[in-house]
Write a protein that binds this ligand. Structure first.
Ligand SMILES: NC(=O)c1ccc[n+]([C@@H]2O[C@H](COP(=O)([O-])OP(=O)(O)OC[C@H]3O[C@@H](n4cnc5c(N)ncnc54)[C@H](O)[C@@H]3O)[C@@H](O)[C@H]2O)c1
Ligand SMILES: O=C[C@H](O)CS(=O)(=O)O
Length: 484
């Protein structure tokens, strides 16, 4: 049973135009706790009709919201930021109950999620235009930047708060209004954030949350002409589908999609630092992040030493429910996730990989899986091509810098990549050669609100966070002011 300081944060209804409401037919979706399968709660199973009403509410709210001054919007966002931090413990409990991550990680995500609201409250007041040197004395050339309008947002289950504020923060700061569909597995964190937005004074209709049928809701979002932008975070497969569905009405798109991050350890690396970085990047959220290391390439000269150190560090990671003390690896989100991890391990072993540690579900059963280290892998294995999204460290040997770069880039994804070297020439050569939107050099943790987050190739379009993250919610208008 959920125990919150503020029980009103536990919302089991959707939010449309400032009102908490049910599905038209009263249907509901159950949400279960990945740690024990217990029902956490239920949310409306909405579809196209309710989504259309939410879009209409956002359209009505857009005019008044965009006409507020930047400072007025910034002040409301700062109040929302303060309320999120004030209620961080309750938000973390909600998140652990529905997503499973350890409470300490959930608490950290709330701080990270709030930082996007604070950052874009500040950015709201720096949306500048241009005055261009004129082409003739009878005219002045002016550039202004305007909010695009109603934004539809669809987010994943692995970061139930940060993936939402990384979109809603810039959208509201720019003067847009939002209709959000959170993942069906993790709606309660989103609904609690929406409750706090109302308490902050963000007007009805500016931020709406619909829950329910992904295909029906997404179909309305991508076809409704009032929606001017779709911003999506999730798998590349769904991102591709939404891109196709948005084409008929030429919607602006931001896509934060799948990854398959390489982690390269060169022979001149600080091995202990590389092991610490691999642990941080691999096992965060039980390996369920888009920027988790998926393939670890180690110079053959240091391969065995690295594997030994990595296995020793991995063996110290405690598996358990997110509410238990000192847990590092919580449950995976569902049985399908456990199945995929098991398939990747079995496939690798069948093709010659060596199991160093773990390799099977935890004794607890259910969605718990032992942190695993595999060695002596090669590119024929599924784990080399697919995003595992689980606690499996796959170590591949390599013999040259050129080979390491070729192996690292041998994927259709290009979100994050990492490498460890203390040779400054090699650092610049490898950083330039890696095909990814983000590169961690001598670190396994790169995410924050001030830097541009996003990928290349089939990992997506656009950037979130940083000064760049607000651009996708703005359009440029050129004024040619003549007759002077
Ligand atoms: N690049 C990033 O910033 C980032 C961040 C987190 C997760 N991800 C990626 O997301 C994936 C894991 O998350 P997931 O399992 O929730 O992904 P998913 O694509 O299955 O679901 C993401 C969201 O899309 C919705 N959805 C599913 N089918 C839909 C449809 N037909 N129409 C409209 N919406 C639909 C889901 O309900 C959910 O809200 C991984 O590939 C991971 O790499 C990427
Ligand atoms: O899953 C991907 C998220 O973007 C996680 S984070 O931003 O790296 O914390």
């Amino acid at each position: 049973m959920l125990s919150l300081n503020d029980s009103l944060l536990f919302r089991q209804n959707a939010l449309i135009d400032g009102e908490w409401c049910t599905a038209d037919d009263g249907a509901v979706l159950s949400v279960d706790n990945p740690a024990d399968g217990a029902i956490v709660g239920r949310v409306p199973k909405m579809a196209a009709a309710e989504t259309r009403r939410a879009i209409d509410a956002a359209q009505r709210a857009f005019g008044p919201w965009r006409r507020q001054t930047a400072k007025a919007r910034a002040d409301l966002l700062k109040r929302w930021f303060a309320l999120i931090n004030e209620h961080a413990d309750d938000l973390a409990r909600l998140m652990t109950a529905e997503q499973g991550k350890p409470l300490a990680e959930a608490r950290g995500e709330i701080v990270y999620a709030a930082s996007f609201i604070e950052w874009f409250a500040e950015e709201a007041r720096r949306i500048y235009g241009d005055v261009i040197p004129t082409t003739a004395n009878d005219r002045r050339l002016i550039v202004t930047r305007e909010p695009v309008g109603v934004v539809a947002a669809i987010t994943p289950w692995n970061f139930p708060a940060a993936m939402i504020t990384r979109k809603v923060g810039p959208a509201l700061a720019a003067g847009c209004t939002v209709v959000l569909k959170p993942a069906e597995a993790t709606p309660f964190t989103a609904l609690a954030l929406a409750e706090l937005a109302l308490r902050a004074g963000i007007p009805a209709g500016v931020f709406n949350v619909v829950t329910g049928e992904p295909a029906a809701i997404g179909g309305e979002m991508t076809s409704n002409p009032s929606v001017k932008k779709v911003t999506f975070t999730g798998s590349t497969a769904v991102g591709r589908l939404l891109m196709r569905q948005s084409a008929d009405t030429i919607k602006k798109l931001s896509l934060e999609l799948g990854g398959n991050a390489p982690f390269v350890v060169f022979d001149d690396a600080d091995l202990d630092a590389a092991v610490a970085g691999a642990i941080a990047s691999k096992y965060r959220n039980a390996g369920q992040t888009c920027v988790c290391t998926n393939r670890i390439y180690v110079a053959r000269e240091v391969h065995d030493a690295f594997v030994e150190k990595l296995a020793a560090a991995t063996a110290k990671l405690k598996v358990g429910a997110g509410t238990e003390a000192d847990v590092a690896i919580g449950p995976l989100i569902n049985r399908a996730a456990v199945q995929k991890v098991s398939e990747h391990i079995a496939d690798a072993q069948a093709k010659g990989a060596r199991l160093v540690l773990g390799g099977e579900p935890d004794e607890r059963g259910g969605n718990f899986f032992k942190p695993t280290v595999l060695a002596d892998l090669d590119k024929s294995m599924l784990i080399a091509r697919e995003e595992t999204f689980g606690p499996v460290a796959a170590v591949f040997p390599f013999d040259s810098e050129e080979e390491a770069i070729a192996l690292a880039n041998d994927t259709e994804f290009g979100l994050a990549s990492y490498f460890y070297s203390r040779d400054i020439g090699r650092v610049w050569r490898v950083a330039d050669a890696l095909e990814s939107g983000m590169v961690g050099i001598n670190t396994g943790l790169i995410s924050n609100e001030v830097a541009p987050f996003g990928g290349v190739k089939q990992s997506g379009l656009g950037r979130e966070g940083s000064k760049y993250g607000i651009e996708d919610y703005l359009s440029i208008k050129y004024l040619c002011m003549a007759g002077l």
